[in-house]
Design a protein around this ligand. Structure first.
Ligand code: PNS
Length: 165
């Protein structure tokens, strides 16, 4: 295990098992992983959960992984990486559709902070289709999201999103 600090950034609105898979695989490769909730300018007013709720749900989901910390930050990812002395930003790649946007962000972050490398982990095949917005839509329409979200936060999500509960 190397002692580079790695950051897993995202909106996490809410965290899914796809995110958790990327976080736990990162935790096996890096001495310390910081999961940080940030704003995505393209999703600005579409948040369903507050930043505090997202942080709490991530904390519950990673409670059994000792080298993972959870944080939130309003600002640039490149600045946060500098602040935390991080050497790596880890992103999960689901499909070709993710690639162009992620590639643009990786190059921009490299320009803003040359000390940090962006690394892409391919998502596990069973999570290819999964996204926070799918989870929200399914839960809010009464569907079963048991297999899509960490078990520790399943009830939180149902309570909050399922209209009839
Ligand atoms: O889970 P998401 O929404 O795909 O995560 C995107 C996120 C939040 C990591 C990205 O929008 C981001 O880095 N936001 C912080 C602000 C920033 O640094 N923007 C410039 C990136 S080039």
């Amino acid at each position: 295990m190397n002692n580079t600090i790695a950051i897993c950034p995202g909106s996490f609105d809410p965290i899914t098992i796809g995110h958790l898979d990327i976080i736990s695989r990162s935790a096996k490769m890096f001495g310390k992983v910081i999961v940080v909730v940030m704003s995505n300018i393209n999703k600005k007013n579409s948040g369903s959960f507050t930043v505090e709720e997202r942080v709490e749900m991530i904390k519950k989901s990673v409670a059994d992984i000792p080298n993972v910390e959870v944080d939130h930050f309003e600002g640039l990812l490149a600045d946060y990486a500098k602040l935390k002395n991080a050497g790596a930003i880890i992103k999960g790649l689901r499909a070709v559709t993710d690639f162009e946007y992620e590639f643009q962000m990786a190059l921009t972050n490299k320009k803003l902070n040359p000390e940090v490398e962006t690394l892409f982990l391919t998502t596990s095949a069973e999570n290819m289709y999964l996204s926070s917005s799918m989870v929200k839509q399914i839960a809010s329409m009464g569907g079963d999201v048991t297999e899509f979200v960490p078990q520790a936060i399943h009830n939180d999500i149902i309570k909050r999103l399922r209209k009839e509960v």
